[in-house]
Design a protein around this ligand. Sequence first.
Ligand code: HEM
Length: 479
Amino acid sequence: MLFSLQDVFLYIELFILAYTIKFFYDVIYLAYFSPLRMIPGPKHFALTKYFVSKKHTNGMRWKWLQYELFPEYGPVVRIAPQAVIIADPDMIKEILVIKDLPKNQKYDQLRTNLSIPTLLTTRDKTFHKKRRQIVAPAFSFKYLNSIEPLIHNCVKPLLIKFDEMVDQNQNIVNIYEMIHYCVLDITGETIFGGSFRFIETGNHPLPHKIFQELRRMIKLGMFPFLKPFIKQDPYILNFMTSLIKNRRQEDPERKDLLGMLLNASERSMSDIELHYQAIEFLIAGSDTSSFSSAMTMIKLIQNPDKLDTLFKEIDESFPEFNIDKLPSHDKLKQLPYLNAVINETLRLHPINYDIGPGRITIEDTIIGDYFFPKGTTLAVNAYRLHHSSKYWGDDVEEFVPERWLNPERIPKDCFLPFSAGTRNCIGQNFAMMVIRIIVATLIQKYKFEDILNQDMDIVHYLTPSLKTKQYNVKIYSRN
Ligand code: HEM
């Protein structure tokens, strides 16, 4: 026998000892000797990333950042041994635009299938450029103009539903949920070739499944070792598989995003890549636009004077309401107050509080007055930027669309709802179009009245949502 049992135990002990020494060296070095020690932050957070990971799990991390961390430590805070969170506009510009730092490893965990990169989750710049080129035509102005009637077709069932409710004197509606369903229908119709008909059928498991999937991604991003225990619900993949199958059989030539992906898949994307890219659009496109549209309506209803101003603007441009000729986007996009109202909502309620899990330094890097060693995650916090009185003034927490009518009141590089640089949101023009059409149409057709004292608490996993998933308002027909 080459080794005695005693030898084997000795080697195991030595291995454990060496590993323990290395482990403590890494922890102690990173916490107390790395150049990051100069950056302010809660001291124990420098020892392990566990503390900040834990903050993510209940969807309330944003409150801790906004009300505790940034006020105490300033706009640049060390939140983990190798992670710093930043809310300084010049530094953010350098990270996202000038240096265009690559995304960090946590983006891998945002993939619905870990081994299949997608446009949003890829960290490879060449892959990103190629994939972006493939899908870009589906978000061009030319394509967007062509889908306007499809968006109108999905808003009409919402109007019919509201009319029925008004006629039956059931004039309390959950505006948050109804807009969510309408946007899902629009996503289906314009991106996947057919409305999901959520508004008409009244209920559907998909929104909840998307919410669960976002929570799963966040948990995996924070605790990758939990992967064997956090099972993935096959619902969304099955949903997409049958959608693509039907599409191939029934209307393979239809010119929309799925059509372009189907075409591309024949040349440069495998079938499985196609499925996961389509799922990404479903998730990235629906929750984001629906939350923004719903919050725009809620902010207006809570501020009747602003709602009146917007109604006057819309009424001047579209004096007659006609269900067969809903407000045209060409005109809507020129309306200053409508755009001001949407911008103000996106400022107060951006979708990505942090712009994704963060960027990473691939070499020692100086940004602003700070030195970041290779391998540091730089998380960009848009929420803080949007809510900083230093840049926006004392009324920063108030809903003041008027600030957007005066360019001097808009601080430079402090508004990032769609991120910036090469990895900015590819869907932003589409999203703005959807929000403008939904908001203008509802305001033109109905009067709304707020119901006071509702719970507006927000939970934020990858995207924000109202904790209660509801906001009830009173609705009356204008004619
Ligand atoms: C109001 C609505 C929306 C907001 C506020 C929003 C916001 C954002 C933000 C902040 C990013 C950067 C994320 C990161 O760097 O991690 C992003 C990226 C992205 N968004 Fe959106 N988004 C919206 C709607 C949409 C829609 C409608 C789609 C598609 C149908 C979409 C698809 C994407 C994709 C694919 C990316 C990754 C782009 C790339 O890396 O090249 N988004 N979005």
